[in-house]
Ligand binder design. Structure first.
Ligand SMILES: [Zn+2]
Length: 220
């Protein structure tokens, strides 16, 4: 911890020096090693909740709080940095990024459609009740051209806070540009949305002292 802390302090001093020299005005500049020189806590912001009852809103706010605690934890950082696929430290469909770069991308909180490093996971959520014949087809869905995420009320109602947090993490990874196989392939659980969703689910369950969710293969 001592060394890590020292490195962190050193980096932030270096960053301040650059800032003072007036070379950058963005609060999220890169250090020479390509990692963020400094970042504050990653916030979770529920921009809008559509068609939620007051009780459902409360549950979603609690899940958002759990998510925020998990993504800011050292356990989460370690889990992302040390994630392996095929014997190597890597994610599937990683857009050419190392685990470190994926972690930094998450920390920047830059949704493709917002285009700003605001260190915030922004959510626009709509709860919907699917017709009974496709009650359990998907946990939720979203599209590339909108920030909105549609959440299936049947799953949301049954889910623990850890599972809701996992689903929020999965969907948000799409918002920062990561994708996965559409089909249920062997490699899909190692994609950023699935893997990060699963890590959040596991860590959240540990934090809450409840049974961890399964490996999330029902997520869209
Ligand atoms: Zn997905």
């Amino acid at each position: 911890m001592g060394l890590a802390n020292w490195q962190y302090r050193f980096k932030s001093l270096a960053w301040m020096a650059v800032l003072t020299a007036g070379l950058v005005n963005s609060p999220c500049s890169f250090a020479a090693d390509g990692l963020l020189a400094e970042h504050g806590p990653l916030k979770v912001n529920l921009l809008s909740l559509t068609d939620f009852t007051p009780a459902e809103k409360t549950k979603m706010y609690q899940a958002a709080e759990v998510l925020e605690r998990v993504v800011n934890s050292e356990e989460f950082r370690q889990a992302v940095l040390n994630f392996t696929y095929d014997g190597k430290k890597q994610f599937v469909d990683n857009k050419g990024m190392t685990n470190e770069q994926i972690y930094e991308t998450i920390r920047r909180g830059n949704e493709v459609l917002i285009g700003k490093d605001d260190e915030t996971m922004d959510y626009d959520l709509t709860l919907y009740t699917p017709p009974f014949w496709k009650k359990r087809t998907v946990v939720g869905y979203t599209y590339g051209n909108t920030l909105r995420i549609w959440v299936n009320r049947y799953y949301f109602t049954d889910y623990t806070l850890a599972e809701v947090a996992a689903n929020l993490a999965h969907e948000w990874c799409h918002k920062i540009g990561f994708d996965h196989d559409f089909q249920r392939t062997a490699r899909r659980p190692y994609s950023v949305p699935y893997a990060v969703g699963n890590l959040v689910g596991e860590l959240a369950a540990k934090m809450l002292g409840i049974t961890p969710p399964g490996n999330g293969n029902t997520m869209p």
